[in-house]
Design a protein around this ligand. Structure first.
Ligand code: PMP
Length: 439
């Protein structure tokens, strides 16, 4: 299957050979690399992408789970074209940012106030900073396997080995006060909260675990209550789930209200926007008029490109569209997600391959669990290298059939048609047959 891949993608291979001479590994974001080399994309529209060799794929990566309406939806593209004429980047406060903040505070339950930034990484970095400043404590809890961006203090316990920083150049001291817990393990999570004791500043958690495993009933609510009792902050990382799992994200879907939330991805309408939102008294620490002495006020703000009008207008168009059409969009995404998950799992099982299709709403992952034990969190899946090799094999075999997955799955958008979904399910069945027969 690797040979088939190479034969279909000579243009990408040549581009990769050029890339590695000027970029380490040929990529900027490391996770965009995969063996033997990634395809280079030249065109996108709706649910489809086209590579340099003219191969078309149904895209399930959708801009890192960003494009909930598909690539270049007209609802946003028109606004972006108009915005370009007004000036992409001003570096001034502008009325668009006020309108966007007003709209988000109407929609997102915890969002009394917010500050905008340009990446999810930045948002989670600021959220941690706010939690420590507000509580005057140090320890932050994060899930093993949880990814909240590349910021130093949360760059721990993403992959094995779990207890060292993810990168050289991050001091062990930077993660000294980052402790971990297992997502969906209520007893273990509560034990971690108790262990941190009165040094616990907050927990940062995604409403949906790695592999998009949904929370067990009551898990998020109970953790939220325990955190409150501990006098710490509950930070919901809604970078993926915000505006995706429902208009109000996980907050709307599971009726859990955090002290702070972070958002990005869908929010930007294809532009790079993130935000940290939450209670007034917490966000107030980051006001230039707080009068707090240095060391008590919180520095945050998104830097040079924060609130650039181009991005604010794209976001306003996206949020406005989702709000106006929520009653149609979210049930439709739910239906597409359910069809894909059930269809892929059934098609793979029919071939004798023990694959599991986890996920919720429009998000899904195909994984190959070690055994048949319940899939509660990523630890049930990740630790075997054989499993990782299978993920890789699944991806390339699916690409050979014109389906672009990441981690065996991805995110569906409004642009994915019933026909696309049939093709995805058929490709999964065929891939399962090939893997079972080791073609
Ligand atoms: N939080 C979560 C839950 C994410 O999935 C990501 C990125 N995948 C981030 C934060 C970081 O966002 P960004 O890549 O925009 O820095």
């Amino acid at each position: 299957y690797i040979r088939e891949y190479s034969e279909r993608t000579p243009g990408s291979r040549v581009m990769y050979q050029r890339a590695v001479k000027v970029m380490p590994g040929g990529v900027s974001h490391n996770m965009r690399y995969f063996a033997p080399y990634p395809i280079y994309i030249k065109e996108t529209a709706g649910s489809k992408i086209k590579d340099l060799d003219g191969n078309e794929y149904i895209d399930l990566w959708m801009g890192h789970y960003t494009h909930i309406l598909g690539h270049q939806p007209e609802a946003i593209a028109g606004m972006v074209r108009e915005a370009v004429n007004r000036g992409t980047h001003w570096g001034f406060v502008n009325h668009y940012q006020v309108e966007l903040a007003e709209k988000i505070s109407q929609i997102v339950p915890c969002a009394e106030m917010m500050k905008f930034g340009v990446s999810g990484t930045e948002a989670t970095m600021y959220a941690v900073r706010l939690a420590r400043a507000y509580t005057g404590r140090k320890t932050i809890l994060k899930a093993r396997g949880g990814w909240h961006g590349a910021n130093s203090e949360l760059s721990k316990a993403v992959h094995e080995p779990m207890d060292v920083p993810e990168s050289a150049g991050i001091l062990p001291q930077a993660v000294q006060y980052t402790e971990t817990f297992s997502y969906n393990d209520l007893e273990g999570t509560i034990a971690a909260i108790r262990k941190a004791g009165d040094d616990l500043a907050g927990i940062i958690i995604e409403g949906v675990g790695q592999l998009f495993i949904p929370p067990k009933p009551g898990y998020l609510e109970t953790v939220r209550n325990e955190i409150q009792k501990a006098g710490a902050l509950f930070i919901l990382d809604e970078v993926i789930t915000g505006l995706r799992l429902s208009l109000q994200g996980v907050q709307g879907r599971f009726n859990v209200k955090p002290d702070l939330c972070t958002m990005g991805k869908v929010l930007g309408g294809g532009m790079n926007i993130s935000l940290v939102a939450g209670k007034k008294e917490i966000l107030g620490l980051a006001s230039p008029t707080s009068g707090l002495p240095k060391g008590q006020g919180v520095l945050m703000g998104g830097g040079t490109f924060s609130c650039m009008p181009l991005a604010m207008l794209a976001s306003l168009a996206m949020v406005g569209h989702l709000e106006a059409n929520a009653a149609a969009i979210y049930p439709a995404l739910e239906k597409k997600g359910r069809r894909v998950r059930e269809g892929m799992e059934k098609a793979m099982h029919a071939t004798g391959i023990n694959a599991k299709c986890t996920g919720i709403g429009s998000l899904f992952t195909v994984c190959f669990p070690k055994d048949d034990t319940a899939l509660n969190n990523i630890e049930a899946v990740e630790s075997s290298t054989d499993v990782k090799k299978r993920d890789q094999e699944f991806r390339i075999r699916m690409m050979n059939k014109g389906i672009y997955t990441v981690y065996g799955g991805g995110a569906l958008s409004m642009a994915h048609t019933d026909e696309d979904i049939d093709r995805i399910i058929n490709a999964a069945g065929e891939t399962g047959r090939e893997m079972a027969a080791k073609l």
